[in-house]
Structure formats: structure tokens, C-alpha cells
Write a protein of this length. Structure first.
Length: 156
């Protein structure tokens, strides 16, 4: 018994500790950075560089618009772009560039306006000169992503 004559409730403390531990664990898992995964795709961050390379190589540009803390963006990275066959298809067919709209820059603002980006993730395929060829919004499962990617090229 404590000084007040009341018995302490260890069950209450245990429950509180368990809830705090669970909350901390969930926070850590939800904040898992996309950058902890290897970049199998080889995303560029400068659209101008990507467009020039696309023109030189005769490939379309694949622009992925994302923001930090976007659950669907993280899920795409973890479930789709981390797969070897998807990453290879992107590298073989496109010049990939990732535009993070979390950080305001002249380039990201111009691109978001040009391609009318209202939600993330949004993927836009363009000709090297910038004409839009197609877009995909939201999370896309790996098999559907492969079909979409293949629709822009005759490369197997």
C-alpha cells in the first residue's frame, strides 16, 4: 500500500505503457521515409535535364508528382517502384523524373500548373518537348502499372 493507504493499480500503468509504446511504434512505422528504399528507377529531380536527355535518346519523359507524407506516394514507392521488373521497364522506356511538390520551386510550380496537377501521386508521360501523352492518378498496382507503361512503347 502507498502512503495514502490506497493500493496502486499496476494494471492501469501497464495499460498506459502499452498504449504509449503502441502509439510510438505506429508513428515510427508511418513516418518511414521513402528514401530508405533503394532507388531502382533512377529518378531525376531536374525536369530540364530529364527533357534534354529524353530528346537526345528519343524517349518519353515519365514525371511522377509527389509530396512528402502522401500515403499513396509512399505505397507506390514501396509496392510498385521497388519491384525490379517495374523499375527496369521505366528505365528502359522512359527518362524518369520525380517532382516533389512539398518544396516550392519555380520549376515544380510551373510543371504542376502546366500539367494541371491537383492530386498526388500523379504520373504524366510526355514527349521530350513537353506534350502530354498520358497520365495516371493515384495508386496503381504493379500489374496495372506495367500495362500502362507498356502502352507508351513497343519495347518488350
Amino acid at each position: 500500500m502507498g502512503l495514502s493507504g490506497k493500493k496502486k493499480n499496476p494494471t492501469g500503468r501497464t495499460w498506459l505503457f502499452a498504449m504509449v509504446a503502441l502509439t510510438v511504434g505506429l508513428l515510427i512505422m508511418s513516418c518511414r521515409s521513402r528514401s530508405t528504399l533503394p532507388d531502382l528507377v533512377g529518378w531525376k529531380s531536374d525536369y530540364g535535364v530529364a527533357a534534354r536527355q529524353a530528346a537526345t535518346l528519343g524517349k518519353p519523359v515519365l514525371i511522377e508528382f509527389v509530396t512528402q507524407g502522401c500515403p499513396a506516394c509512399t505505397q507506390l514507392e514501396q509496392d510498385v517502384f521497388s519491384r525490379q521488373h517495374v523499375a527496369k521497364a521505366i528505365r528502359d522506356r522512359f527518362i524518369p523524373v520525380r517532382i516533389d511538390l512539398s518544396y516550392e520551386s519555380e520549376e515544380s510550380s510551373l510543371l504542376a500548373n502546366r500539367y494541371q496537377i491537383f492530386a498526388v501521386p500523379t504520373m504524366v508521360v510526355t514527349e521530350p518537348q513537353g506534350s502530354e501523352l498520358g497520365r495516371q492518378m493515384g495508386y496503381v498496382a504493379p500489374d496495372k502499372m506495367m500495362l500502362w507503361l507498356k502502352s507508351f512503347s513497343q519495347t518488350p
